[in-house]
Design a protein around this ligand. Structure first.
Ligand SMILES: *Cc1c(COP(=O)(O)O)cnc(C)c1O
Length: 361
């Protein structure tokens, strides 16, 4: 095995090598403290500085405007499927959901426990291969919020526009494309993302919330699931995921050194362009997503023959290109090409796709 492989896993996934190396160098003695970040009290000044720096960097990189709270929580993106309706369903008691894949479907099901959920759009009719257009959204002007998932990790589709919902707050799951492209945070009521796709190890969930949306939680809301509690305690009502917050800070250094979100956008266009070009010019492979809805983060494709797909995945692994097996809902292959995937990894995969086609057509 080579020292580092190209890991195309959908998550947890690759982290920038510079962040891993820095963490390695500091692992037993963080900057002269004589301890690891894993061993520090979360109430100590030295950890508070790590926490504050991570928050400052994320605010800077995402250009989070004044008037928004930034929370570092746990329970994954899935925890937000409950936390969002518990906190935001509010007096109207009803919400709009766009169902464009597995994770928005799960979020929608969970929300039904707490209010009246209206499916404002769904792409289930064509096996989640597309994203509904703005004029296909059936909007309820009295909804407490409109929910969607910006990038559908399993199906490999991505919204290429921000829904226009008037005065209804937008809530967005950005778990698998946050930090990959510039975002106008001011258009959103709430953005959340699990860290393990594009930010840090699993265990940290980032929430960006417009002030004023908190404090309207249902009376049954568990204390740990109130945004209000976490805002008042600056994400430290209990012990936060300290190590993940530190790793996020190191990842953000790498993002800033590589041109911030404009740099990440350039890189993601290059990476996904290489793969879609190879797949479009192929007679062996087909993409799952329709062209207008293609994700820049998760490229889903197949030959149509399960045995041949299995061979592709096994042979690619031997060539150091790992975890290309698609999700069981789609079958085939999925190449997750998040921020930290080096361009060379994608070039190697592109070459492998071409060579495999030659050998198998
Ligand atoms: C991975 C993922 C989730 C689930 O994240 P957890 O942190 O495992 O709960 C939710 N939404 C999207 C878009 C994802 O990619």
């Amino acid at each position: 095995m080579p020292e580092r492989v190209y890991n195309f896993s959908a998550g947890p996934s690759m982290l920038p090598l510079s962040a891993l190396e820095r963490a390695g160098a500091e692992i037993t003695n963080y900057r002269g403290s004589g301890m690891s970040v894993m061993e520090m009290s979360h109430r100590s000044p030295i950890f508070q500085e790590i926490f504050d720096q991570a928050q400052d960097k994320l605010r800077r990189v995402l250009s989070i405007p004044a008037g928004y709270k930034l929370l570092f929580l746990q329970t994954g993106a899935t925890g937000q499927f409950s936390m969002v309706p518990l906190n935001l369903m509010g007096e109207a008691g009803r919400a709009d959901y766009a169902v464009t894949g597995n994770f928005s479907q799960l979020a929608c099901q969970e929300a039904r426990k707490y209010g009246a959920v209206h499916i404002a759009a769904s792409s289930e009719d064509r096996d989640y291969r597309y994203i509904p257009a703005q004029d296909q959204l059936e909007l309820d002007p009295g909804a407490s919020y409109f929910y969607y998932c910006a990038n559908n990790t399993i199906y490999g589709t991505e919204w290429n526009y921000v829904p226009e919902t008037g005065s209804v707050p937008l809530v967005c799951d950005m778990s698998s494309n946050i930090l990959s492209t510039p975002v106008d945070v001011s258009k959103y009521g709430l953005i959340f993302a699990g860290a393990q796709k594009n930010m840090a190890p699993a265990g940290l969930t980032v929430v960006i919330l417009r002030e004023g949306l908190a404090g309207r939680h249902l009376p049954c809301t568990p204390l740990m699931m109130e945004y209000q509690t976490m805002i008042q305690k600056d994400s430290m009502y209990n012990t936060p995921p300290c190590w993940c917050i530190y790793m996020l800070s190191l990842t953000l250094d790498w993002v800033e050194e590589n041109g911030g979100l404009a740099g990440m956008e350039r890189l993601r266009r290059q990476r996904s362009g290489l793969l879609y070009e190879a797949l479009d010019s192929s007679r062996l492979f087909q993409c799952h997503a329709e062209p207008a809805a293609r994700s820049s983060m998760n490229v889903t494709f197949r030959t149509g023959k399960p045995e041949l797909d299995a061979q592709f995945i096994a042979q690619a692994a031997q060539a150091g290109l790992l975890n290309l097996k698609g999700h069981r809902k789609t079958g085939g292959m999925r190449a997750s090409i998040y921020n930290a995937m080096p361009l060379e990894g994608v070039e190697k995969l592109r070459d492998f796709i071409r060579a495999f086609e030659k050998a198998n057509l």
